[in-house]
Design a protein. Structure first.
Length: 208
């Protein structure tokens, strides 16, 4: 298998923050392109007792709600990143752990691509707002990308829809800069990187 194979991935949680993404893959991300994107018919949930979110197809998550969601509520806004290497993806798999499976999904780009690095000067840079219409017909053609889908019991999720803006305001300090010292998720990635990054994960549906 060629070592120069490249991947596209859709990030919807902590990895939307460019500094966190670069910390996980262990490089400056100059080989990557990024744009805002939307994933339809999925919901993004707050995980109980965690800073980071999970996504599920709405067909599976609707039991968490007492009402039918609006089209906006059952779509997930995030970042589409292209140019990821096999090494990048192996480390992302480690970071996401066994709470998720990596799957291919169709996401709709909704902004122009730009370089990931240098990162915005402020950690409060949020992807552009999505169009008001959330039907597939009103959006640009989809791009197939890898993303990480929650594979643990839905009971571990709350009905609350996770907010990146709230994460940046309240919890990003635990993941960026001095506050990230001792972060267990980063420590596991560093350990695997020192081992050469070769791992085997059950349930990963995107082949490497």
């Amino acid at each position: 298998m060629s070592s120069d194979r490249q991947y596209a991935a859709f990030f919807y949680g902590t990895l939307m923050h460019p500094e966190i993404l670069k910390r996980v893959i262990g490089n400056d991300g100059t080989h990557l392109k990024i744009c805002s994107a939307i994933l339809l018919d999925y919901t993004r949930h707050q995980i109980k007792h965690a800073d980071y979110p999970a996504v599920l197809p709405y067909s599976k998550s609707k039991a968490l709600f007492s009402r039918e969601l609006s089209p906006e509520e059952k779509s997930v806004r995030g970042s589409l990143v292209t140019g990821l290497s096999e090494s990048d993806v192996r480390l992302l798999d480690v970071f996401e752990g066994d709470e998720y499976t990596r799957e291919r999904v169709p996401v709709h780009p909704i902004s122009a691509y730009s370089t990931l690095s240098p990162a915005p000067r402020t950690p409060h840079a949020i992807p552009a707002a999505v169009p008001h219409s959330h039907s597939a017909a009103s959006l640009p053609p989809p791009v197939v990308a890898h993303t990480y889908i929650w594979c643990q019991p839905p009971a571990q999720l709350t009905p609350s829809l996770w907010s990146f803006e709230e994460f940046v305001a309240k919890n990003a300090w635990k993941w960026v800069g001095a506050g990230a010292a001792g972060n267990a998720d980063f420590m596991e990635v560093d350990k695997r990187r020192e081992m050469g990054g070769f791992i085997t994960r059950c349930g990963v549906r995107g082949s490497l």
